[in-house]
Write a protein that binds this ligand. Structure first.
Ligand code: ATP
Ligand code: MG
Ligand code: MG
Ligand code: MG
Length: 507
């Protein structure tokens, strides 16, 4: 079964209890979709859940052999996984596949999966929670003896009674007793006692592969091609295209695979855009291309929505994600499957603009150690608008290759991301292949617009980093912890609160 337009489920809120009392907290997802209610019973436990979907939730819930699984998201290595199971498994949807693998491998099944998912599995009085290798679908849990709550958006758990500390997780600001699972984690919970053990299913490689140029280039090309193809789905895909090498590569590989034209879209603001560079690529690959200009004030008005969707406290991440959130909110035409070039710069050190190899590898090690919990790849940024995003560069197989290549293949002949540029050279115009990296927050002018917004409001420009951090924290407290509607957040009030906090710090 190929990936559909959207996965069977894009999120869930689930409760597992020893008794059959008490239902679910009120549904409060930022992600847009219908909610299907699932009820399932086992000796020693009862499962109630809301599966968030866009039409076909059955594929996200499977029950067999005294176990049930809920899966938000999708798998990209179905072929590999099917080779481990009897022939009849081929027609199974992703949740059923996970269940069949669990019957054979128990919790180690999650080590086999290359996907973008959050999962919950119930087996009597045992509950297993799992994130994909990079935690791209955030998963939160609240556990006490006899009961467990889990959800893909923490705001849905904001009214939960505090639970006990959980191994392998991190606390969530303002929501004591609720925790976020780490990336690549399996959390095995004994429902009766609430005790749990955590097991990591993935870690960023620390060793480096030494390869001849042509082999490294071939490896990158093949793995990226595989990741793009696995993500194409059954309807016409869309690529959010900047004209930078990362998204241009994804668009070219997608266009090359399909008989029909793909759709590409590029965003800009009144202050800045990359329209010309994106158009060059769109013409070259023959995509249906469109341009969307978002007024800067509309972009800034989307700040509460970006924090509401991503549930992140990191101001730099919010700057990267804001233009994309605003873009997704503007893309019409029903639920779309969107591929991005997001995340390539982390394993390739694309943000590192100096040629020396030791600082380059330092940056890669540090960024690969630091991504977890930022929610940079969360699907909610686009599911707020009904669209599903997927990121080929953070496919598990691609990421393993990109991280592992020795730094001299990433920075070579005076060029950053050399191995990627070389791997895509035959598919794109020369000027695209050679184009210097430009961050999404720079190309759209978002960083400077956010800074101006704060300075115009009278906040001191010598403390901008601190101010942005406080601003994002204030938004988080309102729309995530406080459950406020992002449409109702007044930026003037937020600015006043930030000013107060800054003053009280200075004094
Ligand atoms: P490079 O990193 O070399 O600039 P890139 O522009 O493709 O390549 P980023 O700048 O890291 O990558 O941006 C991350 C992703 O966000 C892009 O790959 C693309 O999918 C999306 N994106 C960035 N800017 C825009 C834009 N102006 N319009 C549409 N999508 C964009
Ligand atoms: Mg089913
Ligand atoms: Mg990039
Ligand atoms: Mg760019």
């Amino acid at each position: 079964m190929a990936a559909q337009t959207l996965p069977a489920a894009i999120g869930f809120l689930a409760s597992v209890r020893e008794d059959s009392g008490a239902g679910l907290p009120r549904r409060a997802f930022a992600a847009r979709g219908e909610a299907a209610e699932v009820r399932d019973g086992f000796p020693g436990s009862h499962l109630v859940a809301h599966l968030l979907h866009s039409g076909a939730p059955d594929g996200a819930h499977a029950h067999a052999g005294g176990r049930a699984v809920l899966l938000a998201g999708e798998l990209y290595n179905r072929g590999e996984l099917l080779s481990l199971l009897p022939d009849g498994a081929a027609s199974a949807d992703d949740a059923a596949l996970v269940l069949a693998l669990f019957a054979r491998y128990d919790r180690h099944a999650f080590r086999l999966l290359n996907g973008r998912f959050a999962a919950l599995l119930v087996e009597g009085g045992r509950v297993v929670l799992a994130t994909d290798h990079a935690g791209t679908v955030p998963l939160y849990a609240n556990v006490a003896p006899g009961r467990l709550l889990a959800a893909t958006e923490v705001k849905t758990l904001r009214t939960a009674v505090p639970g006990r500390p959980l191994a392998g997780t991190r606390p969530v600001r303002g929501l004591p007793g609720t925790y976020q699972l780490r990336a690549g984690l399996v959390l095995d919970v004994d429902l009766g006692s609430g005790a749990c053990t955590a097991d990591h299913t993935w870690a960023p490689p620390r060793s480096r592969l030494v390869l001849p140029e042509d082999e490294a280039v071939g490896l990158v090309r093949r793995s990226l091609e595989g990741a793009v193809h696995a993500r194409l789905g059954t309807a016409t895909p869309m690529v959010v295209l900047s004209g930078g090498i990362d998204s241009s590569g994804v668009a070219a590989l997608a266009a090359g695979r399909l008989d029909d034209r793909i759709d590409t879209v590029s965003m800009g603001t009144e202050d800045a855009d990359e329209f010309a560079q994106a158009r060059t690529v769109a013409e070259h690959i023959g995509s249906h291309h469109s341009e969307i200009t978002i007024p800067t004030d509309e972009l800034l008005r989307s700040l509460p929505h970006a924090v509401w969707a991503a549930e992140t406290l990191d101001p730099a991440i919010v700057e990267y994600l804001l233009p994309l959130t605003a873009l997704y909110l503007r893309i019409g035409g029903g639920n779309r499957r969107i591929l991005t070039g997001y995340g390539a710069d982390i394993p390739l050190g694309g943000m590192h603009r100096e040629g020396r190899l030791a600082p380059l590898d330092d940056a890669i090690v540090s960024d690969m150690d630091g991504f977890d919990g930022l929610n940079e790849l969360t699907p909610v940024l686009s599911t707020v608008a009904g669209h599903w995003t997927t990121h080929p560069y953070w496919d598990r197989a691609v990421l393993d290759v990109l991280v592992s290549l020795e730094a001299g293949l990433k920075s070579r002949y005076g060029r950053d991301k050399w191995v990627l540029r070389e791997a895509l050279a035959d598919l794109l115009p020369r000027q695209t292949v050679l184009r210097p990296k430009l961050g999404v927050h720079e190309g759209s002018g978002v960083s400077s617009a956010f800074s101006e917004h704060l300075v115009d409001a009278g906040l001191p420009h010598e403390h901008l980093r601190e101010t942005k951090k406080l601003y994002v924290r204030e938004l988080f407290d309102l729309v995530v912890v406080g459950g406020r509607d992002p449409d109702e957040v007044e930026t003037t009030t937020v600015l006043e609160r930030v000013t107060e906090r800054l003053c009280s710090k200075v004094v």
